[in-house]
Design a protein around this ligand. Structure first.
Ligand code: SAH
Length: 352
């Protein structure tokens, strides 16, 4: 067992590269349990037993990109494309607000319709109607000027996973038109502008090696994001990665715990992909150190067609009964839903 190494990770929030490699390549069940116990302890010190729900609204599955792993890639002609109307979006917000949500994520493909001219008034409108809610965007790569405009319009946070910190691996997962450097540039721009920034990666994506995961951990340590989203890769039938194995549950959970120990204050969701891989995935994520859940508030058309990977889980949490059930479930394990904005602890909004 690697108790001494795990204790040092908890103390110092970092380990030398070789030791991170040894931890990820040699952990056993006892290590996994010990990591989860320490991560849970750290999360309780920082955020108590509250788990913040972030309502996910999938605004469009139209995308100009062709990421090889993604079900809504441009090249997938089997997807019915949709874009929510402003009315649809406000309907989802209203529903979520009544359920108690004070944090919303607007996610979509890189849909050319959403120019700044379209997004700025939309965000301003949401900000006016819901002044007490956190607005998170997850709309892919844009220019620094665009990110700045959306921030000034009222967006607080931005989610953009780096996907993999190894350039050659990034180039394997994405077509030539996409650039690793641009993705990283976006993340640093977002931070500089003053967003609470989320990044992250898939676990078990095709071609990934343990040393790449170590690079992901070291990259995140350098970036110091406010939020980190990780989930297992899950193949999609209409991509070239159909038939590839999904990422491992235990490796994902170990990484959730390691990330909690490396970034005590980070907002760390137990992701939908984790819940798709295994029925108890999201609860296991919370037990491993996660403190955010992202229930899907999208309307049915989006639920059906925002298929990033096969069998993407729909939890029924858009209904009041679903939320009660989730809360009861969390309470059985000693946690509860925390209906706050769920801001990063040391954050204040200072536009530049
Ligand atoms: N267009 C936005 C949102 C992308 S979808 C952007 O570029 O950020 C959100 C996340 O889903 C992606 O960042 C990716 O990590 C994840 N994802 C996509 N396809 C997946 C798959 N097959 N398995 C697991 N996760 C996937």
């Amino acid at each position: 067992m690697q108790r001494d190494r795990i204790d040092r990770l908890r103390q110092e929030h970092i380990l030398p590269e070789e030791e991170l490699y040894l931890l990820l390549s040699n952990y056993d069940e006892a290590d996994q349990t010990y990591l989860a116990a320490l991560a849970d302890e750290v999360r309780r010190e920082q955020y108590g037993t509250g788990v913040v729900p972030r309502g996910l609204i999938e605004i469009s599955n139209i995308c100009k990109n062709n990421c090889r792993y993604c079900g809504i890639r441009k090249g997938n002609s089997h997807t019915d494309r949709y874009r929510l109307s402003e009315e649809d979006i406000f309907y989802c917000l209203k529903k979520g607000y009544h359920l108690g949500f004070r944090s919303f994520v607007f996610q979509g493909g890189e849909d050319g319709y959403y120019s700044d001219e379209k997004l700025v008034p939309l965000i301003e409108h949401i900000r006016r109607e819901y002044p007490d809610c956190a607005i998170t965007l997850s709309l892919g790569e844009r220019s620094k000027e665009s990110y700045r405009r959306l921030f000034m319009a009222g967006a607080d946070r931005y989610l953009l996973r780096h996907e993999t910190a190894v350039q050659s691996h990034y180039e394997r997962l994405h077509p030539q038109e996409m650039s690793f450097d641009n993705r990283i540039r976006c993340l640093y721009d977002l931070k500089e502008i003053g967003y609470q920034v989320g990044s992250g990666f898939m676990v078990g994506s095709p071609g990934q090696k343990i040393e790449y995961l170590v690079r992901d951990l070291l990259f995140l340590k350098e970036l110091e994001p406010h939020m980190i989203g990780i989930g297992p890769f899950i193949p999609h039938q209409d991509t070239e990665y159909r038939g590839k194995p999904a990422g491992s549950l235990s490796m994902t959970l170990v990484l959730v715990s390691v990330l909690r120990l490396m970034h005590p204050e980070v907002l760390l969701p137990a992701t939908t992909a984790l819940g798709t891989l295994c029925e108890e995935g999201q609860i296991l994520g919370v037990l491993a150190g996660a403190n955010v859940l992202m229930p899907n508030l999208s309307p049915d058309i989006a639920k059906k067609n925002y298929m990033l990977y096969d069998n993407k889980k729909n939890t029924g949490l858009e209904a009041a009964e679903g939320i009660d059930k989730l809360n009861q479930e969390l309470k059985r394990y000693g946690y509860h839903l925390d209906f706050s904005r769920g801001d990063y602890k040391k954050w204040s909004k200072n536009a530049v």
